[in-house]
Design a binder for this molecule. Structure first.
Ligand code: ADP
Length: 310
C-alpha cells in the first residue's frame, strides 16, 4: 500500500474507502463496495476440534465446539495431502447443503477454507450413522420406531426431490440418528442438483447394491433412482442393519435383479411397508412412486400404527 500508515487494518480500510484514493497508483484500484463475508464462511480458529467421531472418504470427522457460542458441532476435515481436485469435490457437499433447511437433512453451519485443513462444519447428530445405530440397538428397536425412521427418511428425500437434488448415495451408512431417533439424510458427496444427471466417466465408486438398474446400465440418474435406494434403505431399517443381498457379490446381485429377483421382506416388516418397497424396486423408473407419494403412504402407515397401539 502507498500513502499514510495506520495502526489497524480497520482504520486503513476506512481511510481508503472514505478518501476514494487508489490503493496503489499503479493498480488504480479503489475500495468501492464491500462484499460481506457469507454467513457460512468461518475461520479455522472459530472451531475447536475435540474427539474424533468418524472417518470419511476425505478425512476424519470430529466432534467440535464453536468458539463464539459454545455450540457442539461436527467437523469434516479434508486431508491436507489430497490433490486439489479432491478438495474441490470435498467442498461440493458444503455447496449443496448450504441452501437446505429441513429437520431431516443434516444442517450446514459453515465451511473453513482460509487455511489447511479445509473443513465443513455441520450440526452434530449425536447418534452417529444409522447403520451402526440399527445394529447396536437391534434388540430394542420396535416396529413403530423403524416405521418412524422410514418416515423421516421419506420426509428428507421429499424435500430433496422438491429441490431437484439427486442424492445418488442414499443408504443407512449415509444417514445419521439424532435425538429421539430422528433420522437425517447426510453425505452429499455424490449429490447433484439436476433433474437428470448422466454419468459418462468411470463408475468406480458406485454402491451397486443400492443403485437403480438404469443408473448402473446407462448412467442415468433421476430422483427415481433415489427411490430405488430408498427401498433398500427401508430394507436395511427393517432388517436392523442387515446387509442387502447377503452372500451375493455385486455382479451376482445385479444379474438377479435383471431377471426379476427382489429381496424378501425382513421378519416383521408390515405388509403395506413391504408392498411400498417392492414398488420402489420396479425395474422401470416411471413405474416407481416419487417421494411425495412415498411420504404420503408412509405417513398414513405411521398414523395407523400409532392408533393401533393406543
Ligand atoms: P464421507 O462422506 O467422507 O464418507 P461421512 O459423512 O460418511 O463421510 O462421515 C463419516 C462418519 O462420521 C459417519 O459415519 C458418522 O459416524 C460421522 N459423522 C459424519 N457427520 C456427522 C454429524 N453431522 N454428526 C455426527 N456424526 C457424524
Amino acid at each position: 500500500f502507498e500513502g499514510p500508515a495506520f495502526p489497524s487494518i480497520r482504520e486503513l480500510i476506512l481511510y481508503q474507502f472514505n478518501s476514494g484514493l487508489a490503493v496503489t497508483g499503479r493498480s488504480g484500484a479503489i475500495l468501492h463496495k464491500p462484499i460481506p463475508r457469507e454467513r457460512w464462511e468461518l475461520n479455522n480458529d472459530d472451531v475447536i476440534l475435540l474427539d474424533k467421531i468418524g472417518r470419511g472418504n476425505f478425512g476424519d470427522v470430529y466432534k467440535a465446539q464453536l468458539k463464539s457460542t459454545g455450540q457442539d458441532v461436527a467437523v469434516k476435515t479434508c486431508r491436507v495431502t489430497l490433490p486439489e481436485e479432491h478438495k474441490k469435490k470435498f467442498l461440493q457437499e458444503g455447496r449443496i447443503l448450504k441452501q437446505y433447511d429441513h429437520p431431516n437433512i443434516v444442517k450446514l453451519i459453515g465451511i473453513c477454507v482460509q487455511k489447511q485443513p479445509i473443513m465443513i462444519v455441520m450440526e452434530l447428530v449425536p447418534g452417529g450413522s444409522l447403520l451402526t445405530f440399527l445394529r447396536k440397538n437391534a434388540a430394542i428397536l420396535t416396529e413403530g420406531q423403524l416405521m418412524n425412521m422410514c418416515q423421516d427418511a421419506a420426509a428428507g428425500m421429499r424435500y430433496l426431490e422438491s429441490k431437484n437434488c439427486i442424492h445418488r448415495d442414499l443408504a443407512a451408512r449415509n444417514c445419521l440418528v439424532g435425538y429421539a431417533n430422528i433420522v437425517k439424510i447426510s453425505d452429499y458427496g455424490m449429490s447433484r442438483e439436476e433433474e437428470e444427471y448422466i454419468v459418462s466417466d468411470g463408475m468406480k465408486q458406485i454402491p451397486i447394491k443400492w443403485t437403480a438398474p438404469e443408473a448402473l446400465n446407462f448412467g442415468k440418474y433421476t430422483s427415481l433412482c433415489d427411490v430405488w435406494s430408498y427401498g433398500i434403505l427401508c430394507w436395511e431399517i427393517f432388517s436392523r442393519g442387515g446387509t442387502p443381498y447377503s452372500g451375493l457379490s455385486n455382479s451376482k446381485a445385479r444379474e438377479k435383479i435383471d431377471t426379476g429377483y427382489r429381496m424378501p421382506a425382513p421378519e416383521n416388516t408390515p405388509d403395506e411397508m413391504y408392498r411400498l418397497v417392492l414398488r420402489c424396486w420396479e425395474y422401470q423408473p416411471e413405474n416407481r412412486p416419487n417421494f411425495e407419494q412415498i411420504f404420503t403412504v408412509v405417513d398414513t402407515l405411521c398414523q395407523a400404527y400409532k392408533v393401533s397401539f393406543l
